[in-house]
Design a protein around this ligand. Structure first.
Ligand SMILES: *Cc1c(COP(=O)(O)O)cnc(C)c1O
Length: 327
């Protein structure tokens, strides 16, 4: 991990929620953490920055407004009790319009001036510049470290595409302090997770290999022409089973909520069910193997992007059974 993202030091815990908690508890318990009002995120599963802060024993010092937070807002909030400046990636929402976000490059000199570490909760651990592949830019861990962030936390199982885990990377002195927190033991990962993470991280040593071998990345970055070919194949096989289908261009929303507003062109197979679509979708979910579909305009929608070649025969079988089961 240190080698891939070029960090002084790195540790891994159960998940990113644990990583953020451990950083705050170690470095800011009983002290203040400055956060922009535009970044007080709720991730879901009740992970809310203000609540995590409270439970860690740190005091939240909100600055700026929902849409605009300036450098001077941060500077004015700093006092002798300030332990950290925290930036949080607004993972699942975007603030658009009349906005101002103070970026890491601006915060780093401020942190240096007052001797306060800059921590960044990146959410998705992205190691690959997605812009190179035609997607919108997602800040990578390497880039945030290069800009001078002292600590970066991120998930192992979002864009990274690995096992559930949370990483804390950055300045050796801070990471070492965090690793000595007695709560580290309660948040540590087990051997199976470590083995799985190691396998994923090894793939990242070679970016091309990572994209080929890590399903999350492969699916997000697959060429639409390939997806179209697969959609046509699935459609043809379903028609042979007497299931009426169409292939249409559509949009995939990758990231499981972690890349809002980022749609990528895809091809879907739509099916017109004989029964109410919700009922067919339920049958498919309860089938063996379970198939999870989308419903749009009363049609069942299968995104060919997330169907792997070897799954096609199983999918056809599951659909044949669910579609023609008339009782
Ligand atoms: C997802 C996310 C978390 C929580 O990460 P988990 O690994 O799911 O615990 C924390 N912060 C941000 C910004 C996130 O996007």
């Amino acid at each position: 991990m240190k080698r891939i993202v070029n960090a002084e030091s790195a540790i891994v815990v159960n998940n990113n929620a644990g990583a953020v908690f451990l950083c705050l508890n170690t470095l800011a318990k009983g002290r203040e953490v400055v956060v922009s009002r535009g970044e007080l995120v709720e991730i879901g599963g009740s992970f809310r920055i203000p609540d995590v802060m409270k439970n860690s024993g740190a005091f939240l010092r909100e600055v700026g407004t929902t849409n605009k937070t300036h450098l001077h807002d941060y500077e004015r909030a700093i006092n002798e009790n300030t332990a950290l400046i925290l930036k949080v990636h607004p993972s699942n929402f975007r603030i658009i319009g009349f906005t101002k976000e103070t970026n890491i490059e601006e915060l780093v000199p401020l942190g240096k001036k007052y001797g306060i570490p800059i921590m960044v909760d990146l959410g998705s651990g992205c190691f690959i510049d997605l812009k190179k592949y035609g997607l919108t830019h997602e800040p990578t861990v390497q880039e945030v470290l290069l800009k001078g962030a002292d600590l970066v936390t991120f998930s192992g199982d979002k864009l990274l595409g690995g096992a559930q885990a949370g990483f804390i990377v950055g300045k050796a002195e801070l990471v070492e302090k965090i690793s000595k927190n007695p709560l580290m033991r309660a948040l540590r990962v087990d051997k199976m997770t470590l083995a799985a993470l190691e396998a994923t991280l090894r793939l990242y040593v070679d970016e091309k290999r990572a994209i080929m071998k890590i399903p999350t990345l492969r699916m997000i970055l697959e060429d639409p022409a390939h997806i179209k070919k697969r959609a046509n194949k699935i459609s043809r096989l379903l028609r042979k089973e007497g299931i009426p289908t169409k292939v249409k261009e559509d949009i995939s929303m990758p990231g499981g909520g972690s890349l809002p507003e980022v749609g990528v062109k895809t091809y879907v197979v739509t099916i017109k069910p004989k029964i109410v679509p919700q009922e067919l979708a339920k049958r498919l979910r309860l089938g063996e193997p379970p198939v999870i579909v989308r419903i749009k305009d009363d049609l069942i929608v299968l995104d060919a992007r997330t169907i792997q070649e070897h799954e096609i025969p199983l999918l056809i079988k599951a659909l044949r059974k669910a579609f023609h089961d008339d009782n």
